[in-house]
Every structure is written in structure tokens, then in C-alpha cells.
Design a protein around this ligand. Structure first.
Ligand SMILES: *Cc1c(COP(=O)(O)O)cnc(C)c1O
Length: 416
């Protein structure tokens, strides 16, 4: 997720536009800002890029999730279904909205399993937040069908999937609202930043108001003349951050092209490697009659429903079992293949290590703690069995052809 890899003169130019005026605020100061409206410019481009009617830029992806929840009317006591494989921000936003996170299983898309949603549905369920993890899509059509059937709000956490599509349609545009992150390690970055998109004028009104103390933004030059139709917060982005984002968004198509090319080279090599490992297994089996490991392919790949829509930030694959995954993870590191993630042991992206959540370690009491009957569900055997076998490799923009060849050689060495 490497926007930071291609930082250059365009970013500097956009930032200098802002520094030269000294107007770091996204609203007002019309006559001294030299025509520079970086947040507005980004929003317009984001709408064009995603094909969504409205967008609002904010201070982070986490803020985007909070804004989306508030705008959609999700709050105290509402249950929100989400996956256990995500960044902690997703459940943080739910908790901070006063709502109740309810975890549901993932499948081999590495995202929410639409078939399991029914199991956690209750009369209190208000919303579902699928997370399009590691650059590619959840089964968003089937999740949307479930939400429509049960009259639930659908908020897409597309923070890791800027530029990704499903059947030609941008992720983030299937639900009521979509959320993006432009933090320092995402596909494109503002340094810090986030955004919400929606096709609903009403939700958009709520979003820009909520993220700026409830300002209706109708007072014109005099911000003090704005009315405050709702109580809000401050999730604003500065013009400096937005300026970086404008330059990065202009590069998004090039970023995607390079990522997809680099990912394809590595994946093709691993498909071939899988074939040769399978053949070896067959020979080994016929010699000493030893069963293939659980009858699985030596390497199998994440289920990506629409390859063309993959933003290709990661190549994720499964090993036959946990032991083999741990062995390969170590072998990849020993062979110098960097940027590999074994999520089952990860502190930030899988529920297993979220001790703070399981033990409700908070700075101050949360609304959720007033519900005495609440019990966090972290018994997710299907998700565990997938995460135990999953390794994801980060795809970099800066790799040269020689780097890629070198990498493929090292990967092969790790498996043999
Ligand atoms: C990065 C991320 C967020 C939060 O974004 P920030 O901009 O860092 O607050 C939320 N959800 C997912 C899935 C993310 O990867």
C-alpha cells in the first residue's frame, strides 16, 4: 500500500500552493487563498474516480468510519456486524459511536462470509460493515442482498482498497456509505486523511456537518453565521494534507498499473511453483505412499471474485495447515523475502491478539459497558482456520525487473 514510495515534485507543488497563501483551513478566506481549494478539489476528483455523487474528506479513515456511522444514524445500543480480520479502527469506530461490535466469520475472500451473517443477526442489528481487506473485494453483492433483505445499513470499510472495483463498480459505492483512509501507508496518502463517499444527498449533508461541529456551511463568507442543525465533532482535514492527496490521487491509475503488473509476475511464478510442488508430492506419494498434506494444494490463493478489480496491494495465499504456514513464513524471512504478513500472530489486524478489546481496557467508560448482558463473541473457528494458514505479501511499486526476478528466486528457495 505504497503511495509513499512515489512521493515527488507534484506533491511538493500542491503543498507549496497552500503554503504560499498561508490559508491552511479548508473553509472560507475566499479572497486570500489564491483560488486554491485543495480539500474541495480532492473531493471532486474522488467523486469522479469512484463514480459516486458525493464525497467528504476528513482527518483519517477512522474518522471516516465514525462520520459514516453517525450520518447513517447508527449509535447507542445498536449492533453492528463486522469481520474479525480488519484494522482495529473498524471496531474502535463502532465502540466510540456507542454501538455494539458483533464479529462474524470471514471466508477465503479474507472478508465477511455472507452465508454466516444470518447466525449473528438479532433484533438489535442495525448495520453491517464489510471490510475490503488487503486491496480486494468482499462478496459485496451478496452482503448487500442480505442488508436489503433485513433492512440493515451497509457501510463499506474500503480503507485498504482505494482504486479497487467489483464488476467495474468502485468499492465503497455499493452500500449507504463507503470509507477510505489516506494515512501514511495506504495506496494513496495525504500524510493523514480519510474520506466518505455516498450517493445520498441527505447522508452527505449529515457527513459534512457532523465532521465540522454541525456547521451547515451555508453562512457564506461568515462562518459564524452558519447554523448548526446537528451536534457534531471535529474531523476536519487541513489544506496541507489535502494538497498531498490531490497529487497522489492524480497518480492512482499509474500506481494501480504498476502494482497489478508486479503482482502478476510474482503470482504467475507461484502458480508455477505450486504445480511443480504438486508434481513432486505425487511422486513422493507413489514412492512411499505418504498422503499429501491434508489433500490440499501446496499453495492456494485468496479467492478474488474479480481479478480485474483487484488493486493488487497484496498477494495473499494459503498453506495446507498452520504448521506449514509458520514454516513457510520463517523460510521466507530467512531467504530475505521482506514484506510478508502472517496475520494470525498480528497485533493489529486479527481479533486473536486484541486483548484490549476482549478485556475492555478503555481510557474512559464506554456506553457499551452499561449493557450488563453484553458478551464479546470472539469464538470464530472458521476465521481462525483461515488466518492460521494465510500469508500475505506486500506488492511494492519501486521494484525493478531485477528485484522481481530476485524475489521470485528467493520465494522458490523458501518452498524447496
Ligand atoms: C487504515 C485502516 C483504517 C483506518 O484508517 P486511518 O486513516 O489510519 O485512521 C480503517 N480500516 C482499515 C481496514 C484500515 O486498513
Amino acid at each position: 500500500m505504497p503511495g509513499f514510495e512515489i512521493f515527488g515534485s507534484q506533491e511538493r507543488k500542491e503543498v507549496m500552493d497552500v503554503l504560499e497563501t498561508g490559508v491552511l483551513f479548508r473553509y472560507g478566506f475566499d479572497n486570500i487563498r489564491n483560488g486554491h481549494w485543495k480539500a474541495n478539489t480532492f473531493e471532486k476528483k474522488l467523486c469522479e474516480y469512484t463514480g459516486s455523487s458525493y464525497s467528504h474528506l476528513c482527518s483519517s479513515g477512522t474518522a471516516a468510519l465514525s462520520i459514516a456511522l453517525a450520518s447513517c444514524g447508527v449509535g447507542a445500543g445498536d449492533e453492528v456486524i463486522l469481520p474479525p480480520f480488519t484494522f482495529v479502527a473498524t471496531f474502535e469506530a463502532v465502540l466510540n459511536a456507542g454501538a455494539i461490535p458483533v464479529f462474524s466469520e470471514i471466508d477465503e475472500t479474507l472478508c465477511l462470509d455472507p452465508l454466516k451473517l444470518q447466525d449473528v443477526l438479532t433484533t438489535k442489528t442495525k448495520a453491517v460493515i464489510p471490510v475490503h481487506m488487503c486491496g480486494a473485494m468482499a462478496q459485496i453483492d451478496r452482503i448487500k442482498e442480505f442488508c436489503d433483505t433485513h433492512n440493515l445499513i451497509l457501510i463499506e470499510d474500503a480503507c485498504q482498497s482505494m482504486g479497487a472495483t467489483f464488476k467495474g463498480q468502485s468499492l465503497g459505492t455499493f452500500g449507504d456509505m463507503g470509507c477510505f483512509s489516506f494515512d501514511a501507508v495506504k495506496t494513496i496518502t495525504c500524510g493523514e486523511g480519510g474520506g466518505v463517499i455516498t450517493n445520498s444527498a441527505n447522508l452527505y449533508e449529515k457527513a459534512h456537518q457532523y465532521s465540522d461541529h454541525g456547521h451547515d456551511h451555508l453562512g457564506g463568507f461568515d462562518r459564524g453565521a452558519d447554523d448548526h442543525p446537528i451536534i457534531g465533532a471535529n474531523y476536519r482535514i487541513s489544506e496541507l494534507n489535502a494538497a498531498v492527496g490531490v497529487a497522489q490521487l492524480n497518480k492512482l491509475n499509474d500506481i494501480l498499473t504498476i502494482q497489478r503488473r508486479n503482482k502478476k509476475a510474482i503470482k504467475d511464478a507461484m502458480v508455477e511453483l505450486n504445480q511443480s510442488l504438486s508434481n513432486k508430492n505425487i511422486i513422493a506419494n507413489s514412492i512411499d505412499n505418504k498422503a499429501n498434506i491434508e489433500g490440499c494444494d501446496p499453495i492456494s490463493f485468496r479467492n478474488i471474485l474479480d481479478d480485474e478489480g483487484d488493486s493488487a496491494t497484496f498477494l495473499s495465499f494459503f498453506l495446507p495447515n498452520e504448521n506449514r504456514a509458520r514454516e513457510i513464513k520463517k523460510a521466507l524471512a530467512d531467504n530475505g523475502v521482506d514484506g510478508c504478513f502472517y496475520w494470525y500472530d498480528n497485533n493489529w489486524h486479527y481479533i486473536r491478539r486484541w486483548h484490549h478489546l476482549k478485556e475492555m481496557k478503555t481510557a474512559a467508560k464506554l456506553p457499551l459497558e452499561l449493557i450488563s448482558s453484553y458478551k464479546l463473541n470472539h469464538n470464530l473457528p472458521q476465521s481462525d482456520s483461515i488466518m492460521q494458514r494465510t500469508i500475505s505479501m506486500q506488492i511494492k511499486l519501486s521494484w525493478t525487473e531485477t528485484d522481481i526476478e530476485d524475489r521470485i528466486r528467493k520465494i522458490k528457495n523458501a518452498f524447496i
